[in-house]
Write a protein that binds this ligand. Structure first.
Ligand SMILES: Cc1cc2nc3c(=O)[nH]c(=O)nc-3n(C[C@H](O)[C@H](O)[C@H](O)COP(=O)(O)OP(=O)(O)OC[C@H]3O[C@@H](n4cnc5c(N)ncnc54)[C@H](O)[C@@H]3O)c2cc1C
Ligand code: FES
Length: 286
């Protein structure tokens, strides 16, 4: 019989496959969702819409899901995806994803009507303090969780500025979603094919250079680590509070395997999946 060692989060006496199955059901809420649609938005970028009212009712902007991307055990590990948008009235969740490898390629095979096995909602989402002006900075597919965040902030009557960066125009994701919320994102691309030529952090630097009261603002960032490091640096230099959503490599998504740990400012390790994925940028070691 398999035994779960709760402290270490390990299951003994079974194959790796059985261990991960056991961990998934022991530590997380496993749900079946129905796929509503799974469409390609631009080359290699997809929008997956799933329905499950228990999931949408429990989800919070900035949390993520662990998706079982195949019917069998190949690949064995679930893939983490941010909750991009939550539609409470329809009981639906939107996920935006980029095909980068085996798991995300498998994800494209899901069609409307199919059922998908999901763990979640997982992790800590964004902290939304009242009466702050929000600056949302997203790089590439990192824009995904910022769409739901913008929706949440606007519902609370907040002021929201959005900056999207991508390598090229094709990598600028989420524009229609932000526009449908009445927002007009500032855009940058590395090659200048859309928006200004340069990094999204240049947009951020330009915008905050005219800010006189940093306490009124909060920066939210999601994207590649190198971008987040720069967002943190700019925010710190301007004394503006900053929350970042990290995208570390994950095994379990449940705080058990420790494959996602990052050092905090005191050089102690924190898990991206359980302590995050959203952190106050000042709490981390960059
Ligand atoms: C909390 C969280 C939320 C995420 N949200 C989203 C999302 O909303 N949309 C989305 O498209 N992706 C998101 N990701 C990243 C996504 O999980 C990975 O791209 C995916 O797991 C890759 O699986 P794969 O089998 O296709 O690629 P693999 O075959 O595992 O890897 C292919 C290539 O991609 C690189 N890679 C894989 N995972 C990551 C990662 N996490 N960060 C950087 N490089 C990676 C590998 O090094 C390799 O070069 C998120 C990750 C985390 C941890
Ligand atoms: S992914 Fe296993 S501890 Fe975070």
């Amino acid at each position: 019989m398999a035994r779960i060692d709760d402290k270490a989060g390990r299951v003994k006496g079974r194959s790796t496959t059985a261990r991960f199955r056991q961990l998934s059901t022991t530590y997380g809420t496993k749900l079946k969702v129905k796929v509503i649609s799974n469409e390609e938005l631009s080359l290699g970028y997809y929008r997956l819409l799933v329905s499950n009212s228990a999931l949408s009712g429990a989800a919070k902007a900035g949390q993520f899901l662990m998706l079982k991307v195949s019917q069998g055990d190949n690949p064995l590990l679930r893939r983490p995806m941010s909750i991009s948008r939550i539609d409470l009235s329809r009981g639906e969740i939107e996920i935006l994803y980029r095909v980068v490898g085996r798991g995300t390629k498998k994800l494209t095979e899901f069609a409307a009507g199919m059922s998908m096995d999901i763990l979640g909602p997982l992790g800590k989402g964004f902290d939304i303090p009242p009466s702050k002006k929000s600056i949302l900075v997203g790089g590439g597919i990192g824009i995904a969780p910022l769409i739901g965040l913008a929706e949440e902030l606007l519902k609370g009557g907040g002021e929201v500025v959005v900056m999207i960066g991508g390598a090229a125009g094709n990598d600028v994701i989420g524009l229609p979603q932000f526009e449908s919320l009445g927002l007009s994102p500032q855009i940058s691309t590395d090659d200048g094919s859309l928006g200004i030529k340069g990094f999204v952090t240049s947009l951020l630097e330009g915008y905050i250079s005219s800010i006189t009261n940093p306490n009124d603002y909060l920066i939210y960032g999601c994207g590649p680590n190198v971008m987040l490091r720069e967002v943190h640096r700019i925010a710190s230099a301007a004394s503006i509070e900053c929350q970042v959503s990290l995208e570390g490599r994950m095994g379990c998504g449940l705080g058990a395997c420790l494959s996602c740990v990052v050092p905090d400012k005191d050089n102690k390790y924190v898990t991206v999946c359980k302590d995050g994925p959203v952190f106050d940028s000042r709490s981390l070691s960059w």
